[in-house]
Design a protein around this ligand. Sequence first.
Ligand code: IVH
Length: 672
Amino acid sequence: MSQQDDAAASARELRTLINYHAHRYYVLDSPEISDAEYDGLIRQLEQIEAEHPELVTPDSPTQRVGAAPVEAFGVVEHRLPLLSLANVFSGEELLAWHKRVLNLAEGQDLDFVCEIKMDGLAIALTYDEGRLVTGATRGDGYRGEDVTQNLRTVKSIPLSVPKDAPPRFEVRGEVFLPRAGFKRLNEDRAREGLPLFANPRNAGAGSVRQLDPRITAQRPLDIYVYALGYAEGKAVPDTHWERMEYLKSLGFKVNPGNRLCRSIAEVEAYRQEWEEKRAGLPYDADGIVAKVNSIEMQDRLGFVAHEPRWAVAYKFRAVQATTVLKDIGINVGRTGSLNPYAILEPVFVGGVTVKQAALHNEDDIRRKDIRVGDTVIVQRAGEVIPEVVGPVASKRTGGERVFSMPSRCPTCGAEVIKTEAMHRCTNAACPAQALEKLKHFVSRGAMDIDGVGEKLCAALFEKGLVHDAGDLYYLTREQLLERLDRVADKSVANILASIEDSKQRPLSRVIFALGILHVGGETADLLASRFSSLDGLAGASEEELLSIPSVGPRIAESVMAFFRQEGNRNIIRKLREAGVRLTDAAPAQRGAAPLAGQEFVLTGRLESLTRQEAEDRIRRLGGTAGSSVTRKTARVVAGADPGSKLDKARKLGVPVISEEEFLRLISSGTEA
Ligand code: IVH
């Protein structure tokens, strides 16, 4: 055998081996060799092909890297049109579809194949004599674009099929960009300052319709095939289900979520199941597709207009919709942050009408290139706040306006400064901030003033009864009854009682309630246990503050700035004069503080006291309550159904005690 024959044989052998492992990896998701071993095989083949260029075949696994760019795509005439699907949106509509089909089927029993409806790009792949020859987009259904060179770079699309495959056939499927790939792609683009893709579908379609296949090659596109278009020269199975099994055997990737259903009730159950599991899918899906299983019956049922009668898309509730961004409003937060939000032409999405949506900050608006007047994509997934995903740039008319943050606070007119990504109002007495601060002061975890919620705060503020947290403690029964509409005598009494009650909150809660920028619950605990009074904290030097573990310059600076403000000192004076406790509990206990220096972390449900009560008890005994387990944690208290914190504690060797042991500890502590 000549050296040439030798090389040809090795190349053939390597290709078979590589194709086998690529199929295991990209199609079956079940590799048998490591990535390094696989790369080694590719390198060997590349070397042979470099030395013997005449041996390179178009279906060689080395030929996926992306061919040279083109000026425009060629046109592909589809031999059989690529149709779309009729949609149904409810169980009743599904039943109506089923009834029509049964009528036409004249009482024949029908099975259905249910598939997940991927939200990607429909394509058709033609194989001739075992090789992929054409890959085309759907286009208008009759003529699509020739994207063969691009689709060749999709690793889960076979470039060749086994010898016993039909001599000529067409396979259809959905090409998509998995969510993880989409996220990575957008992160990269953000870093490079490029406009972001609005969703995986746009990103996937954009990747397939790239004039430069080398760019497509870098995008982790994937495919699931969902139909055999036609097959010549060989008999193929006569049910859709078996055809899918057959395509699998030829090396195509078929969605493992597909299911053969024996009744329409099973179709309904399938939709329900996947609508629930939808968020956990690695790709976007917008519904399910139900198809009559028998191909003979499919042919008998035929088409109406562009839609087959034998299949139907049963859509999930939309989580995205497009609408017009009428304007961008600004909310001023408790810390003076200027938070932009979208004012939208009302749109029905995810089961509710949405009029406003979150826009995160100016940088984000810029990066996504969202302009006032744009048609935008709005998303509402689950119970989260609706957000604007991005603009539909193709709908621009030229009248859109680029947004920039105001240089003055929209509420008080004070100067706005930008720190990191956030714009802030610099006026500590800004009324918008004051109301948010008041809401925070009364909230759970802060002073926890029962009966004084956000609405009452707004009313008190609006009527001029309260300007800041200090004023709460001077409210009278008469004021509340006279000035607030429709409040009963009894609730006024309750409100006043809870305000009175709150005067005894531990120091750490008072510090947290004041709403000092960057001082959350845990930092407030640390500050309270280091300085046993608010005056102590107010007088602390930067050095003293920085000596507390986990207090850095950002927090220290913020604490000092807070106490420098005249307005804040005024609030504290009002609190003091009203009798709000601004020192730590019973100083006599301090010396004995039995839990001093110990950090506790609670996990699971406690039976005899609330989490808040437990944390207060810990603090009163000098300890601190943390939210995550570290080596420094003294003890983890595990209640019922403990979470991952318990595992973490075990892993780090942190002592774990039961609720009972904890109760014993704190009661002996109190006695001490
Ligand atoms: S079958 C004649 N099956 O949905 C039936 N389509 O609205 C042709 N799609 O253009 C389509 N997943 O891009 C079918 N499992 C699936 C699908 C699916 C996604 C897309 C496809 C098609 C569109 C129809």
